[in-house]
Design a protein around this ligand. Structure first.
Ligand SMILES: NC(=O)c1ccc[n+]([C@@H]2O[C@H](COP(=O)([O-])OP(=O)(O)OC[C@H]3O[C@@H](n4cnc5c(N)ncnc54)[C@H](OP(=O)(O)O)[C@@H]3O)[C@@H](O)[C@H]2O)c1
Length: 232
């Protein structure tokens, strides 16, 4: 669908401006009309020096993107954590063709990046993490899930911010059926904590208890958070 007026991407590497050639699923400029054109045909045959062509395999659709869809002030550029595959390089390539990388890339079927411009920083700009070459024996979709940003968020929230000690402590997780809450609860449970979750429907509550293995859960719409704390 079209979400508001077209808006230019604020941070577009020079290569992307020179070669706006492949179908792009930008948040505000969804060029769905071009999707039937094979990306290869749209790319220049000869890449400029020190460039790599990548194609996304998995793109993460995260809640923070709502800022971009609403055209509201955002703390990130409209990029998304993705698992991409290296297709080719222009000259001496730091990656073999077929290498899978993770990082914050654009919503584009085919992208050309200067080696030096490949996104290497976390969204806060503080951590030199990305891109990371992925081991061949791990399902690459995990890198937009448990081994990607949702997993890092859950881990950091629980152990670095919350400083939770498992076993021995009780963890109460709100939004427990969401991707982050589900991971927080499962991590705490695996390490032996008692885990209580809250969620917005009875189906989600069942999922939290029966599938995710929380010790208990309740529907915050019918019970409220205070009751979750009492339950804990
Ligand atoms: N995913 C990431 O990598 C990531 C990274 C950094 C920060 N975050 C932040 O972490 C939070 C959760 O993200 P997520 O990725 O887990 O999202 P998600 O999978 O979409 O889950 C969000 C959950 O929030 C719950 N929710 C909505 N309104 C609520 C309310 N008023 N009170 C309590 N719960 C409510 C919904 O469940 P109910 O129907 O049960 O209410 C929904 O399942 C967001 O604030 C997000 O910005 C996520």
């Amino acid at each position: 669908g079209v979400c508001g007026a077209p808006r230019e991407i604020l941070t577009v590497p020079p290569d992307q401006r020179q070669l706006p050639l492949s179908p792009g699923w930008f948040m505000m400029r969804m060029d769905f009309g071009q999707r039937d054109i094979p990306p290869k045909m749209l790319l220049a045959n000869d890449l400029p020096p020190s460039r790599v062509e990548i194609h996304p395999l998995y793109i993460s659709v995260d809640p923070y993107m709502a800022f971009h869809i609403r055209n509201a002030p955002a703390y990130t550029t409209p990029q998304s954590y993705s698992v991409v595959e290296v297709v080719r390089c222009s000259d001496i390539c730091p990656f073999a063709a077929g290498t899978r990388l993770m990082g914050a890339f654009f919503w584009k079927e085919a992208q050309i990046w200067a080696f030096a411009d490949l996104p290497r920083m976390s969204p806060s700009g503080k951590h030199l993490l990305l891109p990371k070459e992925l081991p061949a024996n791990v399902d690459p979709s995990h890198y937009v899930g448990v081994l990607g940003m949702p997993g890092w968020t859950a881990y950091a929230g629980l152990f670095r911010i919350g400083r939770v000690k498992c076993p021995g402590e009780t963890v109460v997780v709100s939004a427990a059926a969401g991707v982050t809450g589900a991971m927080v609860g499962q991590m705490a449970k695996i390490l032996g904590c008692r885990v209580i979750g809250t969620a917005g429907t009875d189906d989600k509550v069942r999922h939290v208890k029966e599938v995710l293995g929380f010790d208990d859960a309740l529907n915050y719409r019918t019970h409220g958070s205070a009751e979750a704390m009492r339950l804990a």
